[in-house]
Design a protein around this ligand. Structure first.
Ligand SMILES: [Fe+2]
Length: 246
């Protein structure tokens, strides 16, 4: 079982963030931890707990990941600048999500990773695009309690991320489409498969565990901060879409 435990009592007062420690990190870990940092920042940015204090950290981390993760993955220790920037990006994203929390990508990745022994960051990456598509509404069926905003605005928030990355696009829909394309391209560059099936998880085994996974994911601590409050049935559909991919 994998369940995230978060509490302000567990938040450090000080951290030593030294890029030298990650010099020789292998490629697989570079990809998994790098894409995890991106999911942290994006989920923190669209979280119902996002505030002015977390927004700037989230956006800065997102920009750093898009710029430096492919280089860090490809060049490893031969590109110390990319290594250093990714180390900072992961920490900055951590500062954002320690204060605004995450969303259902993490809820679902926790259960998927635990059940099929998939590295945490990869499990997130396999779900990420379908989560964004699910959240992409300013009229959710259900909203979480105590949102920090006056009205649902997830689509606008994703479009703002696209703007920050200078991806172009006229309407919010255009912009989010470009963001999804950019995420897919980034995943290809760091050799992350495009679906749970492509990762190599057996279809029958996956379908047999779907009900359990969906219920466990619903109960995960990260679900409450997602911009759309899901039904267990919704989570199940996202798992199925992520299994087969686009
Ligand atoms: Fe994570």
């Amino acid at each position: 079982m994998k369940y995230a435990i978060a509490d302000y009592a567990l938040t450090p007062n000080m951290a030593i963030v030294d890029p030298n420690f990650v010099d020789t990190m292998p490629k697989g870990l570079t990809a998994a931890s790098g894409i995890d940092a991106l999911v942290h920042a994006v989920e923190a940015y669209v979280s119902i707990m996002a505030t002015n204090f977390t927004n700037s950290n989230a956006l800065e981390a997102i920009k750093l990941v898009f710029k430096y993760l492919p280089r860090s993955y490809k060049n490893g220790k031969d590109d110390p600048l990319a290594r250093e920037k990714m180390h900072y990006a992961a920490t900055i994203a951590g500062m954002a999500f320690a204060n605004s929390f995450l969303g259902i990508c993490h809820s679902m990745a926790h259960k998927l990773g635990a059940r099929f022994n998939i590295p945490h960051g990869i499990a997130n990456a396999l779900l990420f695009n379908q989560i964004i598509k699910y959240n992409l509404t300013d009229a959710p069926k259900k909203q979480a309690v105590f949102p920090q905003y006056r009205y649902p605005n997830a689509k606008t928030r994703y479009a703002q991320i696209a703007d920050e990355l200078n991806l172009g696009g006229k309407t919010e829909d255009d912009k989010v489409k470009k963001l999804l394309d950019a995420i897919s391209k980034l995943k290809r560059e760091i050799e992350i498969p495009s679906s749970i099936k492509a990762y190599g998880i057996d279809e029958k085994e996956f379908m047999d565990s779907l009900d359990d996974l969906s219920e466990l994911a619903f109960d995960d601590q990260c679900t409450g901060a997602n911009p759309v409050y899901p039904l267990i049935e919704d989570i199940k559909k996202i798992y199925i879409r992520s299994y087969y991919g686009e």
